[in-house]
Design a protein around this ligand. Sequence first.
Ligand code: GTP
Ligand code: SPV
Ligand code: MN
Length: 648
Amino acid sequence: MATTPKFANAKVAAWVDKWNKICTPDKIVVVKGTAAEHKAICEMMVKNGQFIKLNQKLRPGCYLARSHESDVARVEGRTFICSKREIDAGPTNHWMDPVEMKKKMEKAYKGCMKGRTMYVIPFAMGPIGNPITQYGIEITDSPYVVVNMNIMTRTGDAVIKHLGKTGDFIPCIHSVGAPLKKGQKDVAWPCAKRIEDKYITQFPEDREIWSFGSGYGGNALLGKKCFALRIASKLAKDEGWMAEHMLILTLTSPEGKKYHVTAAFPSACGKTNLAMMLPKLPGWKLETIGDDIAWLKPGEDGRLYAINPENGFFGVAPGTSMDSNPNALHSCTKGTIFTNVVLTPDGDIWWEDMGIKAPKEGVDWKGNPCYVCADDPYRMGPKPGMTKKEIKEAGYVAAHKNSRFTAPAQNCPVLDKDGFNGVYEGKPVGVPIDAILFGGRRPSTIPLVNEAKSWTHGVFMGSAAGSEITAAVISDKIGQVRRDPMAMLPFFGYNVADYFQHWLEMERTSADATKLPKIYFVNWFRKTPKGEFMWPGFGDNSRVLKWICDRIEGKVGCVKTPIGNLPKAADISLENNTGKDVVNPKFLKEIVKVDKAGWLEEIKTIGESYDEYDAKASKDNQTKSTTARRVPKALREILASVTAELKK
Ligand code: GTP
Ligand code: SPV
Ligand code: MN
């Protein structure tokens, strides 16, 4: 055990003291959040073999980490919502009794920081002092977490100062779960190697986060999914606002009119891409406010005002190229931490589909040598001279599919600085949202864009969102389509059906429901039976954003269909339809049509997902009450009316 440092804030002092006694670290460091401290921690990690310093001429302030093979993504199977009643966690979450869980986890934490330094990270989710911002204290034994939190959140003294003696915060505890014996040398990526020893636990009623055994991304950077989505969604429900898995962007039309748009897409389904996209449509300007999380609060005028609670981008590396997302690449030029990408001989980084030729030789994410492919200069294989086909058959990638960059938002060339600082027209209120998009990877059925007929219909659309599972989670079902309501499936802090009800409440309680954002469902991922994308995506998505703005302005009509308001193909602008990937007008016609057979099947499975939520909701073991029919009636009614209209 170390000496607990002094804190003016009694709750902070008690939190640190409690975990000092349980975890018994060698030393405690309170993170100040300065550049010098950040650099010193990075350099210490280089010395300890936990970071590789990249070529500082090419990438100043940049480092590379390689995680343990077992610790490469979120672990949904080990993520728990420990509300007092099981039913409040709902059918989509893993649940355990909070008292039991705390007992169990305290055992795991006992002595877990032996031989290590305990860092205390004061952090803000949002601009410090903004009325929407919330605060946290994360205790961790991972210096990797400290430097990532420095980028992803606002950390340090300024937060301590803001909290003062009585300011409240969300207490977070994190350990990699790998104590060191006296004299034992540390490994490059300490963590609990067995999946069953990892715990990512939220206590929504105590408003605490306990994480053990993993050092990666959303498992360990507790401000992100655990706080800003799981705990915040519960706070938001109790207090009448919304915490969502959404990007936020600012769009300016050629006439100079500004729009603010949020979009909820599941993990690794294109939020970062859309958030900083270069519009292909001439005259349109897009700026970034956030790429992963939005907190939205109703204003007195009935509009929803949003902030990005984060301070950086924890973005998917593979696929990020000068073609697909130049602004993300620019964001990675300095002060960035890369995890599980390829190291090149000149001390730079590389990944699949970076649009840059692979080096002759490099070091892959596991630390093994890798070599340029014999017949494709944009691939790498585990042995020299392998062909593209051989590499594919071996299932080999040199950068892990969920390899990521942690980049400061300030690096982004198209950052909307005011919006990012939570300021609109000089006031710290967040930006007013004009449109909310839902989406996912759906190879069939779901049209390019579909406008909700009403707020309730929009909530229905969100509740029915689904996507192919991506590498952002450790799963043996990658590629399979699953329902992912509002792109929040892994992040609900409470019962999914109550969450739907909360969305409906936002209309009922709005000061002026006519001012709520319009809701759309988009799908960039339609494929032909041969597997080619039917929509070029990326910068061409600006064509869809323009249609949405035209709808908001009442400039264009639509085709009213049972599933929603679809665009007339002719209203999707094909201006500047040149370059490598272009819109194929034949495909466009097809992806704005209702696929009746597909939709009848879709509707059936949406109903099945509701049935599942209801059935599981009916067995509340603790109260023995039968609370079946938890899914809001209003959504069941939409389901019934869409079905009836489709069958007409
Ligand atoms: P998380 O950070 O995991 O929450 O995900 P994200 O939604 O920010 O994911 P990101 O933007 O990093 O998604 C990247 C993946 O989506 C890459 O595989 C991209 O190639 C793909 N992608 C993004 N936009 C498009 C698009 O318009 N069309 C197609 N076909 N793929 C896209
Ligand atoms: C996601 O999986 O949605 C992410 C990455 O944004 S992580 O922070 O690891 O959750
Ligand atoms: Mn995410």
